[in-house]
Design a protein. Structure first.
Length: 179
């Protein structure tokens, strides 16, 4: 993308879109469903929320000035059932997203070329944001799939439903909230 300001705006839009998709999905679930695990070694939605919250908080706290893998982060614990209540889980989730949104709101287009460090490896800000967006998309997809599997025939599509492609083609801006 040749316009850095549009590139940065694109990151902001896509992160908001994935957060919205995850949160709409989570709202369709009871806390027992959020905690349910699909078998040994698989993650529950709760674990994915813990992990994304921890990852985003670590990566985007002091984003431009410190390594994105903070010493205070305990990544392995993010994948354990911590027995969090619903409010505590959502606070953890929101803390990561809040750190990301604060960082994105403070960045300027020219910052995309700056270097940041993650686990001792340098990346441009644009590369780090691309990596983070891919990571978020991966886990949000898992959250949606877990909810869909649990809800079966009761699942309500959060995007273009089967048989809805023609209606979407008539109003493609609806996906971006510009309908």
């Amino acid at each position: 993308m040749s316009d850095p300001a549009k590139h940065l705006e694109g990151f902001q839009t896509e992160f908001r879109r994935y957060r919205g998709l995850a949160e709409k999905t989570i709202q369709t679930m009871g806390h027992d469903q959020v905690q349910a695990c699909a078998g040994g070694g698989n993650n529950s939605v709760e674990v994915l929320m813990q992990h994304l919250g921890g990852n985003l908080r670590s990566r985007f706290t002091d984003f431009l000035t410190s390594d994105g893998e903070k010493d205070c982060r305990h990544r392995d614990r993010e994948f354990e059932d911590q027995g969090l209540g619903e409010a505590e889980l959502h606070a953890l989730w929101n803390s990561g997203w809040d750190a990301l949104e604060a960082t994105l709101g403070a960045l300027h287009a020219e910052d995309l070329a700056l270097l940041v460090t993650i686990r001792g490896v340098e990346f441009t800000v644009a590369e780090a944001l691309t990596r983070a967006l891919a990571h978020v998309a991966y886990h949000v997809g898992q959250i949606v799939l877990l909810a869909r599997l649990q809800q079966g025939e009761d699942w309500q599509s959060l995007s273009i439903p089967r048989g809805g492609s023609e209606a979407y083609r008539q109003n493609p801006d609806a996906e971006r909230g510009r309908a």
